[in-house]
Design a protein around this ligand. Structure first.
Ligand code: ADP
Length: 459
């Protein structure tokens, strides 16, 4: 039985986990860096232990310090959230050997699917379509260029240990390939400590559509429908919604079945996500599996009515799923905007600092997952996301109109944010008609007047 959980994370996801635990009657231990002492998750958890200075390498990435805190506070389980150590197979293994339940899949699964070239091979063997590409990693530049020529340009060079849109470069021809290959390798080495690369055909204007998986320890594996995450900047998601405006029932069924096949091939347990790219004709291809809770899990929760964090804890406790595939439907339309401390007019550069004045939207069909408040200082040490604003309703139109209304109420002073930018996207006819592909933000920025997404002058 799980009585106490250590939350190995910060920000909104740490708070989200505290909330789920409280509803389940489970005690929580927050761990935090010196920069996060005033954070809401620290204040709301039952107990809190400081694990080091602000840089993540000195705190949230220190498995040794987190495990010491776990021993000290005598917890039964660790929830890793997303980012930080959530997809670190060694950390999951260390938890296993300390007899602490890691709330996620087995360490071998994380290792298998975290290597993106190996993950392609695993799901492809199970009959899930993958994008034409290299067989495994290609580390020799000369072999790599030959492989790219065989696949046909344009190609995308990707880090096998990649994530967060980093370590990825597009090469349009053999002449530019070497330069892109070298810069992908350097970025991958710096970001992941692993410069190993693989190559895929670069699809023009695909949609990014992913499926939420839940699998218990008793062999029950189901999907909770899809999320459309095509609105991205620098390969990072900005707006996500469920259901996707692009899928019909038949494609949803086929993709859902393929997602389950991929999860079964990975011997998957707990919550996970199978990501696909989908072309204009509805051909879909696996790109990767994320072996953790996703940032955008909230849209699936609002569309299906299922609390994914609670399900993760129930699964880790050894309980069976209390529903089956036929019980799942996307009864509502839910949409999420990632609100970030950044300046869209200046290439989305981060804008850390103190929030002087803060008023979050509310009302019917609005969910605000955020750890910030008036007087809160956004640290330059961490990700710039300060809120996940989710709206939902019976139809896509209701959810979109509600999102526009909620964004119009949002008051954040003292730092720059992307509120006006996402507001302009929500109003944009192409987006409203469900036409957004992964090239959408670039196209939109090229035609949108700059004033549209700059901060309005104070009234
Ligand atoms: P990460 O793990 O860094 O998020 P992904 O493999 O999930 O990387 O890809 C992130 C995004 O990059 C995708 O949503 C898509 O926009 C783009 N992308 C990745 N692979 C391809 C491809 N083969 N063709 C076109 N776009 C791609």
């Amino acid at each position: 039985m799980i009585r106490k959980i250590l939350i190995a994370n910060r920000g909104e996801i740490a708070l989200r986990i505290v909330r789920a635990c409280r509803e389940l009657g489970i005690r929580t231990l927050a761990v935090y860096s010196e920069a996060d002492e005033q954070s809401l998750h620290v204040q709301l958890a039952d107990e809190a232990i400081c694990i080091g200075p602000a840089p993540s390498s000195e705190s949230y990435l220190r498995a040794d310090r987190i495990l010491s805190a776990a021993e000290l506070a005598d917890v039964d389980a660790i929830h890793p959230g997303y980012g930080f150590l959530s997809e670190n197979a060694e950390f999951a293994e260390q938890c296993e050997s300390c007899d602490i339940t890691f709330i996620g899949p087995k360490s071998e699964t994380i290792r298998q699917m975290g290597h993106k070239a190996r993950a392609r091979e695993t799901v492809s063997k199970a009959g899930v379509p993958i994008i034409p590409g290299s067989d495994g990693p290609v580390d020799d530049e000369k072999i790599a260029v030959k492989t790219a020529q065989k696949i046909g340009f344009p190609v995308i060079i990707k880090a096998v240990s990649g994530g967060g849109g980093r370590g990825m470069r597009i090469a349009h021809n053999a002449a530019t390939f070497a330069k892109e290959f070298q810069s992908a390798r350097l970025e991958a080495e710096k970001a992941f400590g692993d410069g190993s690369l693989y190559i895929e055909k670069y699809l023009e204007d695909p949609r990014h559509i992913e499926f939420q998986i839940l699998a218990d320890q008793h062999g029950n594996t189901i999907h909770l429908g899809e999320r459309d995450c095509s609105v991205q900047r620098r390969h990072q998601k900005v707006i996500e919604e469920s259901p996707s405006p692009f899928l019909d029932k038949s494609l949803r069924n086929r993709m859902g079945k393929a997602a389950i096949k991929a999860a079964l091939a990975a011997d998957y347990v707990n919550a996970g996500t199978i990501e696909f790219l989908v072309d204009a004709k509805g051909n879909f291809y696996f790109i990767e599996m994320n072996t953790r809770i996703q940032v955008e899990h909230g849209v699936t929760e609002e569309a299906t009515g299922i609390d994914l964090i609670k399900e993760q804890i129930q699964i880790a406790s050894g309980n069976r799923l209390s529903f089956s595939q036929k019980d799942i439907s996307l009864t509502k339309h839910a949409i999420e905007c990632r609100i970030c401390a950044e300046n869209p007019a200046k290439g989305f550069i981060p804008s850390p600092g103190t929030i002087d004045l803060y008023y979050a939207p509310g009302g019917h069909g609005v969910r605000v997952d955020s750890h910030v408040y008036g007087g809160y200082t956004v640290s330059p040490h961490y990700d710039s996301m300060i809120c996940k604003l989710i709206t939902y309703g019976r139809t896509r139109k209701i959810a979109l109109d509600r999102m526009y209304r909620a964004l119009s109420e949002y008051l954040i002073r003292g730092i720059d944010t992307n509120v006006e930018f996402v507001k302009a996207v929500i109003l944009d006819p192409a987006f409203r008609q469900g036409e957004a592909t992964t090239s959408y933000v670039e196209e939109f920025l090229a035609r949108a007047p700059k004033e549209l997404f700059e901060k309005k002058p104070k009234e």
